[in-house]
Design a binder for this molecule. Structure first.
Ligand SMILES: Cc1cc2nc3c(=O)[nH]c(=O)nc-3n(C[C@H](O)[C@H](O)[C@H](O)COP(=O)(O)O)c2cc1C
Length: 447
């Protein structure tokens, strides 16, 4: 057991949140804003890239891919224009951090964009924002306009002969458009259907040109690296993951919210620390925790002494993912919860690949049957069989579909059943939900 107090950490992403006018350029400049860009512009682009590599920054969008390495895949000698596409789609259930960056401190991300553009020789950047984020869109557009007026974007960058144009594009409400290649299709004005990889976007991306796709928080993490140095940034984190990260804590805890933590913080500390989750509601006990957005395999109550860091969670056959931690207490019916998660992925499957298009509604129908007390003993094996056809588990990453939405839909099924099998069996044997009936409402025939 670890102590309930999480390791102390200096806030680098959220430090201005909640302070008056934190979203404006004037306030951003008062806290040293765009000084990091000045430093980066004095360095050669390759040296900027090396600094990002040294910082151990890893992508905060889901896969945790090393950012510097991703940038280094962009071919330097390509005659084609290069693009930066910022992923602000933020639709993974349990994830709600990027919107706060954009609402509270949009210039932090814009400065990250400018630094990345200099390092990568990018002159056009698109920020793809989840359509529902109206307020974030207003704040971001206002910040982009300020950056143009102040000579940060446009023909010159802080007086240097380097042109960067930044466009805000709002999505139309499809989860799949957060997948990087679907995002590129959507930016091109097409239906958001993922592309086969390879080729990877860094080589063949937007309009067939080299493109880096990075998450909002990833880019917001770039200016601190240049303000205080890559070594300092790397030391904020763990051996393989530099910096701090934002965690979205929801479910059965006293203080749900977005917290910036050290990646050495364990799940137990996140839940129990009085300054973070503040413990469970009176009389409740942890039953299960989803550590990285609803697609991350669930952990049971005896698995909470694990750091919220990419490698540590991988050892447990789960993922740090998008930083969405969902806490479930002892009142939770695991069949009902899994059914809810499964409905989301069935609804959001784009339909391109057969295992995902056919398998996700099939999972949903089987789970509904079990939850409603109509399950047969063979339904549980059938459920696992369908999930395995979409993506076997463990290990993570063996999905049979073009994109990882299939994995996202199958991994919860595998992990819920593996850890809470007795509960699924009880539903089948008792022919009812042991947690009682609920007025369900109507989810449509397939649900
Ligand atoms: C179905 C699906 C949805 C995704 N949604 C998002 C999203 O909303 N935001 C995001 O940043 N990454 C999302 N990703 C991950 C992206 O494909 C990509 O890995 C990420 O944007 C890369 O940025 P990073 O390296 O900075 O993390 C999603 C992936 C999948 C498979």
């Amino acid at each position: 057991m670890t102590s309930p107090a999480a390791p102390a950490v200096e806030k680098v992403i959220s430090r201005a949140w909640g302070t008056p006018h934190s979203h404006t350029l004037a306030e951003y400049r008062k806290r040293g804003g765009y000084e990091a860009l000045k430093k980066a512009l004095e360095m050669a682009p390759q040296a900027v890239l090396e600094e990002v590599k040294k910082s151990n920054l890893r992508g905060r969008g889901g896969a945790g891919f090393p950012t510097g390495m991703k940038w280094s895949f962009v071919p330097k000698d390509s005659p084609k224009p290069k693009y930066l596409a910022v992923n602000g789609d933020e639709s993974e259930p349990g994830t709600f951090k990027d919107r706060y960056i954009l609402e509270e401190d949009p210039h932090l991300m814009l400065e990250g964009i400018a630094i990345a553009a200099w390092a990568l020789d990018v002159h056009t950047c698109y920020v793809y924002l989840r359509g529902e984020f109206k307020f974030a869109a207003q704040r971001l557009q206002a910040a982009i306009d300020e950056a143009y007026r102040e000579g940060i974007f446009g023909k010159k960058m802080l007086g240097k002969d380097f042109e960067l144009n930044v466009w805000l594009v709002r999505g139309a409400g499809a989860y799949i458009c957060g997948e990087e290649t679907a995002l590129l299709e959507s930016l091109e004005g097409k239906k958001g259907w993922p592309r086969l990889k390879p080729p990877f976007p860094a080589v063949v991306g937007l309009f067939g040109c080299p493109t880096v796709v990075n998450n909002v928080e990833t880019l917001a993490s770039v200016p601190p690296i240049f303000q205080r140095g890559a070594d300092w940034y790397a030391k904020l984190g763990t051996e393989k993951s530099g910096g701090t990260r934002l965690i979205c804590l929801s479910g059965s805890v006293n203080r749900p919210g977005v917290y910036e933590i050290s990646m050495a913080t364990t799940l137990r500390q996140l839940i129990e620390d009085p300054d973070l989750g503040g413990g469970m509601p009176a009389g409740r006990k942890v039953k299960a925790v989803i550590p990285g957005g609803s697609s991350a395999p669930v952990l049971a109550a005896d698995e909470l002494d694990v750091a919220l860091e990419f490698e540590a969670l991988k050892v447990k056959q789960t993922m740090a993912g998008s930083g969405g931690v969902i806490v479930m207490d002892d009142r939770t019916c695991m069949v009902r919860s899994l059914w809810r998660v499964a409905r989301f992925y069935a609804e959001e499957s784009c339909g391109q690949c057969t295992p995902c298009r056919e398998g996700t509604p099939w999972q949903t129908r089987l789970l509904r049957k079990i939850e409603e007390g109509r399950g047969e003993p063979e339904d549980l094996e059938m459920l696992l069989n369908v999930a395995t056809s979409i993506a076997p588990y463990p290990p993570i990453g063996l999905g049979t579909t073009i994109c990882a939405l299939g994995d996202a839909a199958a991994l919860p099924v595998h992990s819920f059943v593996a850890r809470f099998r007795a509960e699924f069996e009880a539903h089948i044997h008792e022919k009812r939900c042991p947690f009682g009936d609920r007025p369900w409402g109507h989810f449509g025939d397939w649900a």
